[in-house]
Design a binder for this molecule. Structure first.
Ligand SMILES: [Zn+2]
Ligand SMILES: [Zn+2]
Length: 167
């Protein structure tokens, strides 16, 4: 019988899964798990590193990256990637979808039961086994939409900071 309904269930589930896979719960690993499980904003590896360093200032980037890699390999976290948002980590491994803000690169979980049982295409690419899918919807988050609304109502503008200098 499981007790998945506890508030810390995500962290507990990750800890149990690590033990099941024979990964000792070192202090570092535990803090990294906590950093990942406590966020639903799909942090990048560097954001996880910054989060972990608030508790363990001396932790190395290599350690954090390696632990994140291991979690992904064991299926305890998912690496998600969306154009413009870079590579992020998601502690949720059940099927769900994402809203990606094209302006601030925020990635928000999106539940859509109707999209969870899409028929997989008949003609699949050869030599490719589909494991799962996740749909990314691109658009503007509420904050960015509000900001855009205050200035102009035109179509998407280019980011204010142009790389390589201003004209
Ligand atoms: Zn935004
Ligand atoms: Zn997610």
């Amino acid at each position: 019988m499981t007790r998945q309904d506890q508030p810390t269930s995500k962290l507990t589930a990750l800890e149990v899964a690590c033990r099941r896979h024979g990964l000792p719960l070192t202090v570092q690993r535990r803090v990294i798990l906590h950093a990942l499980a406590s966020r639903d904003d799909h942090p990048s590896a560097d954001e996880v590193l910054a989060h972990v360093r608030r508790r363990l200032p001396e932790v190395s980037r290599t350690t954090v990256y390696r632990v994140l890699d291991t979690l992904v390999k064991l299926g305890l976290a998912v690496r998600i990637c969306s154009p413009g948002a870079g590579v992020r980590f998601d502690p949720r491994t059940d099927r769900h979808h994402h809203l990606v803000c094209v302006r601030c690169a925020r990635v928000i979980d999106f539940e859509a039961p109707a999209l969870n049982a899409l028929p997989l295409p008949e003609a699949r690419p050869r030599a490719f086994t589909i494991h799962d899918y996740s749909i990314h919807f691109r658009g503007l988050c509420a904050d960015c939409a509000k900001r855009a609304d205050g200035r102009d109502k035109g179509p998407l503008r280019r980011p204010a900071r142009a790389p390589g200098g201003v004209r």
